[in-house]
Write a protein that binds this ligand. Structure first.
Ligand SMILES: Cc1cc2nc3c(=O)[nH]c(=O)nc-3n(C[C@H](O)[C@H](O)[C@H](O)COP(=O)(O)O)c2cc1C
Length: 194
């Protein structure tokens, strides 16, 4: 893949998909997805994101019960729906993942608001890295936040340690079902030089 192809695949030609071809995603591709996206940066290498690759009919049923009505058919059509979650006790891994600062773990454990902000911000970033990696691997994505997070967490994470952030449908998109693409803000509307 040359430079232009990569930019097209990751950004300019990549669309949010709601309809997917029936092709399954190989396990090795899902593993590669995690292995690539893990290299994206997180604050003090905290890596709070956790992933549940939901693909069994039992898993999909459990997930469907938590979705906004408009998202049910999208999840049913996708070969895999990823729950991008966050580990509320991500700081337990800091002694091995960020050994340069031995006081961090205790500091975060004692400060719930800072721990939550860190987990939410960085798991969101990791979810975005996952989507870019998926696109570069030739997959299509459909991110979703239309679901009852409390119901999903009760169903999938009953011990309360992991909490959901957002969902991503994954598969090989059916381009014939795409709507025209929405516009984007101009540089001057969303960015400035200082
Ligand atoms: C965090 C997030 C949550 C979203 N939630 C939903 C959703 O619940 N249902 C849905 O149909 N689309 C959802 N979308 C899809 C967006 O509407 C879509 O990505 C956006 O309009 C850009 O479309 P495009 O990639 O085709 O240009 C979500 C996207 C993101 C990033």
């Amino acid at each position: 893949m040359n430079h232009t192809d990569a930019l097209d695949r990751a950004f300019t030609q990549a669309r949010t998909h709601s309809a997917f071809k029936p092709d399954a995603i190989p396990d090795a591709t899902l593993q590669q997805l995690q292995q690539l996206s893990q290299w994206g940066p997180t604050a003090f290498n905290s890596q709070p994101a956790r992933y549940v690759f939901v693909r069994s009919s039992e898993g999909k049923q459990k997930l469907s019960a938590c979705l906004s009505p408009g998202n049910v058919a999208k999840v049913a059509a996708a070969p895999v729906t990823v729950i991008v979650a966050m580990d509320t006790r991500f700081y337990e891994h800091l002694p091995t993942q960020f050994p340069h600062n031995p006081g961090l773990r205790a500091g975060l454990e004692a400060d719930a608001a800072r721990a939550h902000a860190t987990a939410f911000r960085n798991s969101s970033l990791q979810g975005a890295y996952l989507m870019v990696a998926a696109r570069l691997l030739g997959l299509d994505c459909g991110p979703m936040s239309g679901f009852d997070a409390q119901a999903l967490d009760n169903a999938f994470f009953p011990d309360g340690r992991w909490r959901s952030n957002f969902l991503v449908n994954l598969g090989y998109g059916d381009d014939s079902q795409l709507h025209p693409r929405g516009p984007r803000l101009d540089f001057s509307e969303c960015a400035t030089f200082l």
